[in-house]
Ligand binder design. Structure first.
Ligand code: C2E
Ligand code: CA
Ligand code: CA
Length: 599
């Protein structure tokens, strides 16, 4: 392969001492005694057949080499005869020492020599080659290799393709989980060396499932691709972004000066992802939740860091999404707690130890109570009564909400029928619907509606409370569900109004019957306050659209009076009653009737 004096330098690396050799007769196989027939045969073969001879004094030459090398590398037989190292110079500099070392080792051990390397062809292009040669020792101490060099470029391309498929996400072209792990290990090693920190960000797109479910997977894929582009625009080239699957991304931010920089990047990411996504004929709005953990501060192992970042991400989700959370050790405890609660909740689906509490909605004009909101409680065997804030999100994440929602619907519908008989023929109970329940196209809502006649309940006895997020989707499915509710005579209330996008323009499009102003606006109601102005505006505009308004969380008489003055239709809150079990609610209502109370 090369005219090279092989020797080991002091540092153990191979050094090459190239010498010209006078008696090389390239391509003349007959010169070294081989039959001409064989020579002709070799000439027909693809690749390069060669014999390389290394003399005891270090001189090397090619007693035979295929004719094709001369065109391939742009050298002449004459020049190769003078300087056999010409071929070694055609090896890519990065691979040259390895080739020499392979020959050296083969000469020492008398084992076959096998080496892949890149060759620089006469046109400057690079090709991958594989050289294989069998050594033998001659009586004069020379070593002779009979070998063959073939082109393995297409095999290498295939390997490269395979490597990309194994290590990269096909959709976003970002590293996948596998490659990410090795990047993280590298980054941790580097941080240890530099005595620096790195941050790991776990990012989840909040309402991605909605996009996929309502607009289809192609559109969902497009959104993910665009999100990946935006993420890349928010970080430096030295940072790593990977897609772990679905709508889960992970980011490694290297060489941090302080935590402020990470927060800045996180804020920028949230801002960029909140910008509308133009997806063909659709425009989608999403947000993201980010969990942040630091190495080495929060954990020393890859698994620890990944788990921390996830815990922090879930904490961000619980804080209301579209935000980031830094990992704290207590998150581990919260996560363990949630895990236990999830298992307990699954077990609860056997005998449904749930209870509905009812909170009255007072009609402010008349003081009458003909509506109540059903609020679920869970009678936990150890913890006692558990509030929905603790388990509804678990039920939503795990899909258990469907079964629980069905139970709520049945129980509330039967209760509404009973109170219609016993208290008032127009009595109505509203139930809370999680977005997932409303969206599910497996017919949860439809089956409820078809069950109403069997239960002997009219649709008007039920109202459903939904949140604004659903309206923003404005998908056909959501619209269809609205129409179906309307057909069944079930009224719809928009819950927690004011906490989301609060766009009144959406209300026109959907048949909304009630708006429930969120408690946070009622808490600080005072004459001349911003919240007062807001409530007044909501009431006026809702009335213009034919929508009635409920104020949530009314706790004081002053709040109630201000709401009456503003023309609010209904109020709900501790001032009137806390949520009560059914029998206590009946008793409360009877007591109220008999005392003629307006509170
Ligand atoms: P929400 O629909 O906004 O329900 C009102 C919450 O405010 C209730 O909390 C109620 O007890 C509380 N509340 C009522 N009046 C006042 C007041 O004057 N002051 C204060 N500070 N709070 C008041 P709860 O029962 O803990 O329910 C929390 C949330 O859980 C509900 O918020 C609702 O989103 C969800 N939820 C409750 N039951 C169900 C259910 O059956 N299904 C679903 N999907 N979600 C439910
Ligand atoms: Ca509600
Ligand atoms: Ca509410």
């Amino acid at each position: 392969m090369a005219d090279a004096q092989l020797s080991r330098g002091n540092d153990g690396d191979c050094e090459v001492d190239c010498q010209a050799s006078e008696n090389v007769a390239p391509s003349v196989l007959a010169n070294c005694g081989r039959p001409r027939l064989l020579s002709n045969l070799f000439a027909q073969m693809p690749g390069t057949v060669f014999q390389l001879r290394l003399e005891p004094d270090g001189r090397a030459y090619y007693p035979y080499i295929s004719q094709s090398v001369f065109d391939l590398y742009g050298i002449s037989p004459e020049s190769l005869r003078k300087d056999a190292s010409l071929l070694l110079r055609a090896v890519h500099p990065a691979d040259r020492n390895a080739v020499v070392r392979a020959l050296h080792d083969s000469r020492q051990s008398m084992h076959p020599c096998r080496r892949e390397f890149r060759a620089i062809l006469s046109d400057g292009s690079l090709r991958w080659r594989l050289a294989e040669a069998m050594p033998k020792r001659l009586s004069d101490g020379s070593t002779v290799w009979d070998g063959y060099v073939c082109d393995i470029s297409s095999q290498k391309e295939l390997e490269e393709l395979l490597w990309r498929q194994i290590n990269f996400d096909v959709l976003t072209r970002l590293p996948n989980r596998q490659l990410f792990r090795s990047h993280l290990e590298q980054a941790m090693k580097q941080a240890r060396r530099d005595n620096s920190q790195l941050a790991l960000l776990s990012l989840d797109i909040d309402n991605f499932k909605d996009v996929n479910d309502t607009l289809g997977h192609d559109v969902g894929d497009r959104l993910l691709w665009m999100a990946a582009q935006r993420l890349q625009e928010c970080v430096r080239e030295s940072d790593i972004i990977a897609r772990l699957g679905g709508d889960e991304f992970i980011i490694i931010l290297n060489c941090l000066g302080d935590h402020g920089g990470v927060k800045r990047v996180s804020r920028e990411i949230l801002k960029r992802l909140a910008e509308p996504f133009a997806l063909g004929e659709h425009v989608s709005h999403v947000s993201a939740s980010i969990g942040i953990t630091f190495y080495p501060q929060d954990g020393l192992g890859v698994e620890d860091l990944l788990r921390n970042a996830d815990h922090a991400m879930y904490a961000a989700k619980r804080r209301g999404r579209n935000c980031f959370s830094l990992y704290t050790p207590s998150m581990q405890e919260i996560a363990n707690n949630r895990m236990t609660l999830t298992n307990d909740l699954r077990a609860a689906l056997v005998d449904y130890p749930f209870q509905l509490y009812y909170q009255p909605l007072v009609e402010l004009g008349s003081g009458e109570v003909r509506k109540a909101e059903a609020l679920i409680r869970w009678q936990h065997p150890v913890r006692g009564l558990v509030n929905p804030a603790e388990f509804i999100s678990i039920a939503e994440e795990t899909g258990m909400i469907d079964a629980i929602g069905n139970w709520v619907f049945n129980t509330a519908a039967l209760q509404a029928a009973a109170w219609r008989d016993a208290m008032h023929p127009d009595f109505q109970i509203s139930i809370n619907l999680s977005p997932a329940q409303f969206r599910a196209d497996d017919g949860a809502l439809k089956s409820w509606m078809s069950r109403l006649p069997q239960l002997g309940v009219s649709g008007a006895a039920i109202a459903v409370e939904i949140t604004e997020g659903l309206l923003l989707e404005a998908s056909d499915d959501v619209l269809q569900h609205f129409l179906a509710l309307r057909d069944a005579g079930i009224q719809v209330a928009l819950d927690d109004f004011g906490t989301g996008f609060s766009s009144l323009s959406y209300l026109k499009k959907f048949d909304i019957d009630y708006i429930k102003i969120d408690r946070s606006f009622i808490q600080n109601l005072a004459i001349g306050s911003d919240d007062m102005a807001l409530c007044e505006a909501i009431i006026v505009m809702s009335h213009k659209l034919g929508i009635k308004v409920v104020a949530e969380g009314v706790e004081t008489e002053a709040q109630r009076d201000l709401l009456i003055a503003a023309g609010c239709d209904f109020a709900q809150g501790y001032l009137f009653s806390r949520p009560l079990p059914a029998f206590e609610f009946s008793a409360w209502l009877q007591e109220r009737h008999s005392s003629g109370s307006q509170e």
